[in-house]
Design a protein around this ligand. Structure first.
Ligand SMILES: COC(=O)C[C@@H](NC(=O)[C@@H](NC(=O)[C@@H](/N=C1/NCC(=O)N2CC[C@@H](C)[C@H]2C(=O)N[C@@H](CC[S@@](C)=O)C(=O)N[C@H]1C(C)(C)C)C(C)(C)C)[C@@H](C)c1ccccc1)c1nccs1
Length: 280
């Protein structure tokens, strides 16, 4: 564990296109920077039933070296950020605007994005839209078109906003073998915002992501045993993305492997450019 005083963590607040205030945490880099005099800046995007705290609780943060500038926003409706209010207020295009507002706030020329589950899908869509994104990692979410069944998702939203909403998520994720940090994250999210974010998945999240710039480094990550592994392979071929597999039976269980993925991610961020070519 780092000693707190060495941690230069500070809060930030930035307004998105629609006026929603996004808040989050930034851990300054210590030491080296690149030829442009900029440290590697890694923006972390959490999943639907989560907030920025999952990065430290999963030990992903500890796996990142001191010389990386880490930016961890709370997505709208989560953590300390303003609510999205409605399903339309939680459309994926709003999330893309939010992330681009965060990139604008820190004013770097280049960013890496790491997204967790639906945060990964957001990362791929931001990479498509914004040339500042040099690398995008998507943990357990591919970028292909998906059928988002309106009835099943509406059913889920009703469960989530009901009296047993937190129990539904805790039970589902626990039964699916999710690690404790992922189960407890659900309880920190406001129920109405969680239901709106769930219905928000019906506004554009079905669309596939296209590759943005030719020089972007895209990385898809999923479980060796994932039932949708074929789709991740298709996505890797279509997008010219790396495919990293973690040793777990399902995407949900893969969450327990996040810290080791953090280590591998850090190696890619800090690798000498020459080493970037052609490694697995
Ligand atoms: C099969 O599900 C899993 O493998 C669990 C896994 N989910 C996914 O990878 C993707 N979703 C799905 O696949 C599918 N969506 C779903 N409801 C949308 C949704 O996701 N939620 C809404 C609520 C929020 C918490 C989040 C979530 O998590 N609910 C779990 C439910 C608990 S879990 C242990 O069953 C979930 O998934 N419910 C499915 C079903 C309703 C179809 C059963 C489809 C329809 C998109 C295919 C997510 C990343 C996605 C991809 C593309 C577009 C939109 C979402 C996890 N996500 C987070 C942690 S684990």
């Amino acid at each position: 564990m780092r000693s707190p005083d060495r941690e230069q963590t500070e809060r930030f607040e930035v307004a998105s296109v629609d006026g929603t205030l996004l808040r989050g945490f930034s851990r300054a880099a210590r030491g080296s920077s690149d030829a442009r005099g900029e440290p590697e800046t890694l923006v972390l995007l959490h999943g639907v039933a989560m907030d920025h705290r999952v990065w430290s609780e999963s030990s992903f943060l500890d796996a990142l070296p001191d010389d990386v500038h880490v930016v961890a926003p709370d997505l709208r409706g989560r953590g300390e950020s303003d609510p999205g209010h409605s399903a339309e207020g939680h459309a994926i295009d709003r999330y893309v605007e939010d992330v681009r507002a965060v990139l604008g706030f820190f004013g770097r020329e280049r960013y890496s994005l790491f997204g967790l589950y639906f945060g990964g899908r957001i990362a791929l869509r931001v990479a498509e839209a914004d040339r500042r994104v040099q690398r995008a990692f998507s943990f357990c979410a591919h970028g292909e078109a998906v059928e988002v069944p309106a009835d099943a998702v509406e059913e889920e939203a009703k469960e989530i906003e009901g009296p047993g909403g937190y129990a539904y998520l805790r039970d589902h994720f626990s039964a699916a073998g999710a690690p404790a940090w992922m189960v407890s994250a659900c309880d920190r999210v406001d129920q109405d915002e969680l239901a709106a974010a769930t219905r928000g998945l019906l506004h554009g999240s079905h669309q596939r992501a296209e590759r943005g710039a030719a020089d972007q480094d895209l990385v898809l990550i999923t479980a060796e045993g994932d039932a949708d592994l074929g789709t991740f392979r298709e996505g890797s071929a279509r997008l010219g993305a790396r495919l990293w597999l973690v040793d777990s039976r399902t995407r949900v269980r893969a969450a327990a492997r996040l810290a080791e993925v953090g280590t591998r991610t850090a190696e890619l961020l800090t690798a000498a450019p020459a080493a970037m070519k052609g490694d697995a």
